[in-house]
Design a protein around this ligand. Structure first.
Ligand code: PMP
Length: 323
């Protein structure tokens, strides 16, 4: 049957699930037991038009706002974000004919800025000294000075977890034919964790849910917010889009372990992944080595690919050598 999409938004979601056979092999290269006793399956969220798990969320927020009449023809979508949400919103705004303004600290990489502009988004830079607060204040100002604007607010909008509950979780359930025992999920807005936990537990209440956060910003573990290099994780507070009551355990991961594991997965699997994917891969491996998890099926989510992090610690060593 001939089939093609008529809008890029039709291509969002339905991402593949990959068993990390070599990264989580039961035997090491020399044939000795590696200590791994469970399977790790990764949901490849980079395989979507906008290149990250945020495509689903951006699209769901846009759909719901259209239905509720909050987002009208000719509207401008405004959001403070320097991350993957900006790219997904810029793509979806372009594909559905909206204008998009993104505000962000001026430390954003030139590469990222140019990409956003190519999608037709307008970029407003705020002083890095004000952090994300500066970008948020700019959006608040724009709301009063511009007409027909819509502010999706990914840290508050419940369409964010819903995108994962009705999409990602359902797909994982179907792709594993219900064999999934545990989900190991990185927390930024918490939308992915909340949606997957709600969705999977509706089918199988005993599913274990493990949250992953940066070790130096381990707020879920009761620590204090602090700087870290795992882009997308660890916002430093507990967002409205995160249901902490769904979490069984929290695993803090260092920047170093996240990066080294991302590099390892790229070499073992030939799969391009970002820093937060490295963090969840590291946490999944800890779970896969526990005797209590023998024979279990662990599902994790890889939010984005390495290409998005060329200017970060993921490539520090190679950039230094290349000079
Ligand atoms: N990793 C990356 C690279 C991300 O962009 C995000 C989303 N900000 C996450 C992880 C965390 O996802 P969530 O916001 O659903 O918690």
């Amino acid at each position: 049957m001939v089939h093609w999409a008529k809008n890029v938004t039709e291509l969002v979601g339905r991402t593949p699930l990959l068993e990390l056979k070599r990264f989580a092999a039961e035997e090491d290269r020399s044939g000795q037991p590696s200590g791994v006793v469970a399977k790790i399956l990764a949901k490849l969220e980079m395989m979507t038009p906008g290149g990250s798990s945020k495509d689903r969320v951006a699209l769901q927020m846009v759909y719901e706002a259209e239905i509720q009449g909050l987002l009208r023809p000719g509207a401008t979508i405004i959001e403070p974000t320097s991350g993957n949400m900006g790219i997904s919103l810029a793509c979806i705004a372009a594909a559905r004919g909206y204008h998009c303004i993104l505000t962000m600290p001026d430390t954003i990489s030139l590469e990222r800025r140019l990409l956003l502009q190519r999608f037709g988004a307008e970029i407003i830079l705020t002083p890095a000294s004000q952090g994300m607060r500066g970008a948020i204040n700019k959006v608040i100002e724009l709301r009063t000075t511009r007409s027909n604007v819509w502010y999706p607010q990914q840290f508050y909008n419940q369409a964010n977890p819903r995108a994962h509950r009705d999409g990602t979780a359902l797909e994982i359930w179907e792709q594993t034919a219900g064999a999934v025992d545990m989900a190991v999920i990185g927390v930024g807005t918490g939308g992915t964790l909340t949606g997957i936990a709600e969705g999977l537990r509706a089918y199988k209440p005993g599913i274990e849910v493990v949250a992953v956060e940066p070790a130096t910003c381990a707020v879920l573990s009761g620590g204090r917010p602090g700087p870290h290099r795992i882009e997308g994780l660890g916002s430093g507070f507990i967002p409205d889009t995160l249901r902490v009551d769904l979490i069984d355990r929290v695993i803090p991961v260092t920047d170093h372990d996240a990066v080294e594991t991302a590099i390892q997965v790229m070499k073992d699997e030939g799969l391009s992944i970002g820093i937060s994917s490295g963090a969840v891969a590291w946490a999944s491996l800890q779970e896969a080595r526990k005797e209590a998890n023998r024979g279990k099926v662990i599902v994790t989510v890889f939010p984005s690919a390495a290409e998005r992090y060329l200017q970060t610690i993921l490539f520090d060593d190679l950039r230094a050598q290349a000079r």
